[in-house]
Write a protein that binds this ligand. Structure first.
Ligand code: SF4
Length: 220
């Protein structure tokens, strides 16, 4: 371990082992690192408890804690993890230790400097989130083929917008595109109907942890 990582700090809301609930990694055991803070305020945000507070950790101490959990897959999430500069050091440190690293980002921070080995799950914020103007469209150029794009759908207008964006940026030819419901606002069965109607290879992305445990439960 690089000794300089002893004094590079991150503010973290929680670190915990669970099952990955989303993306093409769904169902796999996974350690989660939730970084504190987010510059966005999506209307349907389910992690507002991570906007403030948190505990300071050195990058090295996070890596040691993840090692102690004994799970190869690690997700860095938030909040918006890329809003903390030292997140990039954490990603590289975990890759150097041969972890498989996923990062969930809102797509509002530039991803250009994210280490090559990281798989990004990048949101594109639909109009229903109230944050559509925060999408950093240039990020689409920096995505690697293995990176996945997620749309959280609150209503039919969000779904139609998603389809338009997939066509405009040719996303389906290059990436796994995930579509989720804004939990409690749209029935998953309705989203399935829309996916089938569209005849597009969209992947339904249910947040499995919200069906296994209470939707409000933290640390799962
Ligand atoms: S980007 Fe994520 S953490 Fe930030 S407000 Fe939106 S849903 Fe919540």
């Amino acid at each position: 371990m690089d000794k300089s990582l002893d004094n590079r700090e991150l503010v973290i809301t929680e670190i915990y082992p669970s099952i990955q609930g989303e993306s093409s990694f769904a169902g796999r055991p996974c350690s989660f690192i939730r970084l504190t803070g987010c510059p966005l305020r999506c209307r349907w945000c389910d992690t507002a408890y991570g906007f403030a507070g948190g505990t300071k950790y050195s990058v090295e101490s996070v890596v040691q804690e993840i090692k102690s959990l004994g799970i190869n897959l690690v997700e860095i999430t938030g909040g918006e993890p890329l809003a903390q500069e030292n997140c990039l050091l954490l990603m590289q440190a975990l890759i150097d230790e041969e972890f498989e690293v996923i990062c969930e980002t809102s797509g509002s921070e530039c991803i250009e400097t994210v280490p090559e080995g990281v798989t990004l799950i990048m949101d594109l914020k639909c109009p229903g989130s109230g944050m559509v103007e925060k999408n950093l469209w240039k990020n689409i150029e920096y995505l690697k083929p293995k990176d996945e794009i997620k749309f959280v759908i609150a209503d039919r207008a969000d779904f139609d917008w998603t389809v338009d964006i997939c066509h405009e940026y040719q996303l389906l030819a290059r990436h796994q595109v995930l579509v989720s419901v804004a939990f409690g606002q749209l029935n998953p069965a309705t989203l399935v109907e829309w996916i089938l109607e569209s005849e597009l290879p969209l992947r339904l992305n249910l947040q499995q942890h919200k069906y296994i445990w209470s939707p409000r439960k933290k640390g799962v």
